[in-house]
Ligand binder design. Sequence first.
Ligand code: M6R
Length: 615
Amino acid sequence: MCGIVGYIGHRDAHSIIIKGLQRLEYRGYDSAGIALFDGKDINVTKTKGKVSDLQDKINSENNTVGNIGIGHTRWATHGVPNDINSHPHYSNSGDLVIIHNGIIENYASIKKELSNRGYTFQSDTDTEVLVNLIEDVQKNGNYKLGKAVQIALNQVVGAYAIAVFDVKKPNEIVAARLGSPLAVGVGDGEFFIASDASPFIEYTNNAIYLKDEEMAVIRIHKDTKIRKVKDDKLVDPYVQTLKLNIEQIEKGGYEHFMLKEIFEQPSAIKDTYRGRLNVNKGIIKMAGVEDNLEKFLNAQKITIVACGTSWHAGLVAEYVFEDLARIPVEVEYASEFRYRNPVISNKDVVIAISQSGETADTLAAIKLAKEKGAFVFGICNVVGSSISRETDAGAYTHAGPEIGVASTKAFTTQITLLSLIALRLAKAKGSISNSDFKRYLIELEMIPEKVEEVLKSDALSKHIADIYKDVSNFLYLGRGFNFPVALEGALKLKEISYIHAEGYPAAEMKHGPIALIDENMPIVVIATKYGHYEKIVSNIQEIKSRKGKIIGIVTKGDTEVKAIADHVIEIPETSELLSPLLTTIPLQLLSYHIAVLLHKNVDQPRNLAKSVTVE
Ligand code: M6R
């Protein structure tokens, strides 16, 4: 959570930082702030609200001058969102200023000690405690900023990505990370610091991704020195050349990132299977899987750990892996897994799924699985992310940047990748016939054009959204491969429209949820041709006799559900196993349009952030 940006060089820092914060707003958006060094003083402007509110305040305070600066967009952890708790935070002397993404868990005891020594605090944040700890270390030992930061960080417990600036030494910024991402953009005589590369990609595509417990002392016109926080060892900076481009992180004519990302799914899915799926040769090849094929094939079980939408993709994978590869699969919330004593050994494979690759609970689950000796395979979208580094092997979804807080293309590309893996394992195990294998390859290759076709139902989804936008509750029902899609549909609606929604396996309805049904309840039912169709039709009849409103997601040409449902959205025919890649699209569009019609902030829903890097 929280986005941080820093700049040191010859350009106008203010505009770089503001634009960068806007790109990082997906990480948190309850308050924002900036500190600029104008050649003499550090001037801080901060406010509750969005980066646009910050810009208004900066204009009114006329704080725009400086070639060095740091900025922050916040997702509150310690202290409510208000002007005072916003970052940057000053130290007591006013010499140091800091921005921070993460949580200092032992901040209370440090605060107490510092208070006993006369330090005072304006805010309720852990971050203000950290900057004063750095100042205290600096004063007592007469240390340079870098050393003081290092000593202070060795005293804290928790997670951090920080950038600190000292007015007495205005040609350097000190940055460090543990558990929260931090990239250093390397330009020509200038440097950028950011939570991801989007704030600096238009200036440079050379970046150093700091690893956990690394710190960088960044000096204008000098080489950046990177050290280990723990033992002070110098690390050789690895400068990566990024493939990201500016178009990928802009809205490209769409009103919202979420809509853009929904419409990007045909190309995103293609990018996921490109180079891995070869229909002509009848093969699936992925380096991470090929290199570890025996581990997968000999696994006594596969445990999937993930959170939110990625967890839903894991649930789809459970059905797919068991059906095709006949390997037992368990799907766990990473947050629960990490605090149980799971029965995992070196005979197990653990698959961690995460769009951002930074989710704290998933990272902790990976750590636990590794301690227990399991082989851990990561499925991430963000290249170079923590999860991709912490896992033993893995594969990227290649969905491109997902900025909208509500995950869309991440879900379908994760399912695509997991289906490829399941098919590859099934082939290696001999649990699938050659003809079925070939059929799935062909069908998978055709999914992008079928998604294009489903996207044409956008206007219909909007029409249905308009009818139901004012209800208080929604139900989503699905069976088999489409039960997780029902969960995902409900999550999408909840998170962006704030309408209460529940997803259920359709047959579970009679065990409780049916009591909720009356003429005011819309129920989205996924009723595809091959998915226990007759049973679902019976469920729909049961709902209709209680006057519920049915929105059916059906296979093209369906007549039976059409005759009894209030609305139907058609999807092209495909095998049931791959149908989640299609059925999920109308659900995304429905949620999107309801949220827009309700004037909600679709890309930045309240209380949420794109990547949850805290517990
Ligand atoms: O980056 P991750 O895939 O690890 O994120 C997991 C969840 O936080 C994420 O899917 C969240 O549930 C989304 N907001 C759902 O749209």
